[in-house]
Ligand binder design. Structure first.
Ligand SMILES: [Fe+2]
Length: 281
C-alpha cells in the first residue's frame, strides 16, 4: 500500500529560483532564505520519498485564459520546464508517475471531485522553485512528481475547505494504490503578499504566524477563511495559501511539526515554510 508520510509547505517565489539559477545564494540578501532550507534538504534527503505530489498553481504558463481548470492532475511521464520570459530554468525536466497520477484521478473523481486530466503540460516556477528549495540542483530530481495544478489566478478559485477535502480524497486514493510507495505531499505558494496596486508589498506577519500555528494544531479554523479575508488581511496573492490546505488535508489530524521557517522580505513577499510528519508513517 502507498502512504503519505509527510507534508511540506513552501512559498514558490520566482525570484528565489532566479537567485539560485544565477548563483546568488550566498549574497547577503538571499543567504538567509537558502539557510532556512538547509535543514529541510537534509530532512528530505534522509526521508527519500518515492514520489512527491505537488499542489501548485500555474501562472498562465501551461494554461491561459482560454482554459482554466480548477484542479488539474498531470498524468504524463515527463513535464518540460516552461519558458516564463527568460528561457526555461536550467533545472532537470520533471518526471511524472503516470500510474499513481491516473489512479488518483480515478479514485478522486469517483469521490466526486471533478479533476481535469492533463497528459501534456509544462510546469513553471510554482512547481520548480519548491523542488529547488528542497532538493537543490541535482542532475535529475530524486523522485517522480505528480503535479496538481490549482487555479488560484482566475476567480472563482476553490475554497480552502474544498482544497482541504480534496487533500483527504487524495490521501484515500494514495492509500488504495497497490504499490509500496512513501509519498510526500507539497502545498506551495503564499504567504502574505500582494504584487500590484496601492497595497503592493503588503506583508502581514501576524496573519502568517497565526496561519502557520493553526496549520499545525487547528487546520479546521483555517478552512473557514474566506477569499475576502485572504485578500483583505494578507493581500491578493495570499489566496495561494488554499493550496497548503490540500497538503494539510492529506495528513493525519495530529501531526508532528518538524521544521518551520519564516522570512521577510523575499522579493516583495513573505516567505513561509513548514514541514510535517504523519504520526502513522
Ligand atoms: Fe505563485
Amino acid at each position: 500500500m502507498a502512504r503519505i508520510v509527510a507534508g511540506v509547505a513552501t512559498s514558490h517565489i520566482p525570484a528565489v529560483g532566479a537567485a539560485w539559477d544565477n548563483g546568488k545564494t550566498a549574497d547577503p540578501y538571499w543567504h538567509p532564505v537558502f539557510k532556512g532550507f538547509e535543514r529541510s534538504k537534509e530532512w528530505i534527503a534522509k526521508l527519500k520519498p518515492d514520489v512527491c505530489i505537488v499542489a501548485y498553481n500555474d501562472h498562465m504558463s501551461a494554461f491561459s485564459l482560454e482554459i482554466v481548470p480548477t484542479f488539474a492532475v498531470g498524468c504524463a511521464a515527463e513535464f518540460p520546464i516552461s519558458d516564463e520570459g527568460w528561457g526555461p530554468r536550467k533545472v532537470p525536466p520533471v518526471k511524472g508517475h503516470p500510474e499513481l497520477a491516473s489512479h488518483i484521478v480515478q479514485s478522486v473523481i469517483l469521490d466526486e471531485f471533478d479533476l481535469t486530466i492533463v497528459n501534456k503540460m509544462e510546469v513553471d516556477h510554482g512547481l520548480t522553485v519548491p523542488l529547488t528549495l528542497m532538493f537543490g540542483q541535482p542532475s535529475e530530481w530524486p523522485c517522480p512528481i505528480v503535479p496538481l495544478a490549482v487555479n488560484v489566478v482566475v476567480y472563482p478559485v476553490p475554497t480552502g475547505n474544498r482544497c482541504y477535502m480534496l487533500g483527504k480524497a487524495i490521501r484515500k486514493a494514495v492509500e488504495s494504490f497497490d504499490e509500496d510507495l512513501r509519498v510526500v505531499i507539497f502545498g506551495t505558494g503564499g504567504m502574505s503578499h500582494q504584487l500590484q496596486g496601492p497595497r503592493a508589498g503588503l506583508i502581514n506577519r501576524e496573519f502568517d504566524t497565526r496561519f502557520l500555528d493553526n496549520l499545525t494544531k487547528d487546520p479546521q479554523s483555517l478552512v473557514k477563511i474566506s477569499h475576502l479575508e485572504y485578500l483583505r488581511e494578507a493581500g491578493s496573492e495570499a489566496i495561494e495559501l488554499v493550496m497548503w490546505l490540500i497538503m494539510r488535508g492529506a495528513l493525519d489530524d495530529k501531526v508532528k511539526e518538524v521544521h518551520r521557517f519564516y522570512h521577510v522580505p523575499a522579493s516583495n513577499t513573505a516567505l513561509g515554510h513548514i514541514i510535517f510528519e504523519n504520526a502513522t508513517r
